[in-house]
Design a protein around this ligand. Structure first.
Ligand SMILES: O=C(O)c1ccccc1N[C@@H]1O[C@H](COP(=O)(O)O)[C@@H](O)[C@H]1O
Length: 211
């Protein structure tokens, strides 16, 4: 079975529709002001309504305060909350007890030591999303991590990969990692924050064709 697809950083109804038409299982809405993909909560709620039950909606937050997290969750009612900063397992546990959403934790994968450190999220995070280590932004930089780090790893938490994936390299990433989920943002854009509908289609086709 091909991996599940998440298209992240959507900000228009057209991009939401394209992701659904192309078979994405998840779409991501970034609520993080420094990002070129930031959507305000009104827009996020509108896009969430447009998505309906056709696709699962992931709300991406980065080290958001308790107050902002509460406001964002109440506005968007996401299926998944993706924490993409340095949030602790304790904080994720608090959110998990309060909202009926899956909890994902993005982790910048630097070396084998990172794989040991993620164990603290076991039993709390429903999925670990391996990404490149943070640079200009905590994510969405179009940077890859060393896929070979996952080649022989025995995963104890559901997982997926992100970071620098494109229509051209996603098949190789799947072959190297056997990832059950692939997540793309900047790799399907024509400019930062501007989704390219043809590249969304090409990415989804490449995932479906991957061995
Ligand atoms: O997309 C962003 O701007 C962003 C900002 C802050 C944290 C995470 C962000 N994006 C997520 O990062 C990964 C990898 O993105 P890319 O494909 O390398 O551009 C993905 O989960 C994005 O949703």
């Amino acid at each position: 079975m091909p991996p599940l697809i998440k298209i992240c950083g959507l900000s228009t109804p057209e991009a939401v529709d394209a992701a659904i038409e192309q078979g994405a299982a998840y779409i991501g809405l970034v609520h993080y002001e420094p990002s070129p993909r930031h959507v305000d909560l009104r827009t996020a709620a509108e896009l969430r309504r447009r998505a309906g039950a056709h696709v699962k909606v992931v709300l991406l937050l980065v080290n958001a305060s308790q107050q902002l997290t509460g406001q964002a969750l109440a506005a968007v009612w996401p299926d998944v909350v993706q924490f993409h900063g340095t949030e602790t397992p304790e904080w994720l546990g608090v959110v998990k007890r309060l909202v009926p959403a899956e909890i994902w934790k993005a982790i910048g994968l630097k070396d084998a030591g990172t794989l040991e450190r993620i164990e603290k999220y076991r039993g709390i995070a429903d999925r670990i999303l391996f990404d490149a280590p943070a640079s200009a932004l905590p994510g969405g930089n179009g940077a890859r991590f060393d896929w070979s780090l996952l080649a022989n790893h025995r995963h104890t938490i559901d997982w997926g990969i992100a970071g620098g994936l494109t229509p051209d390299n996603v098949a190789a990433a799947i072959a190297a990692t056997r990832a059950p989920l692939v997540d793309v943002s900047s790799g399907v854009e024509s400019a930062p924050g501007v989704k390219d509908l043809d590249r969304i289609a090409a990415f989804c086709a490449a995932v479906r064709a991957a061995q």
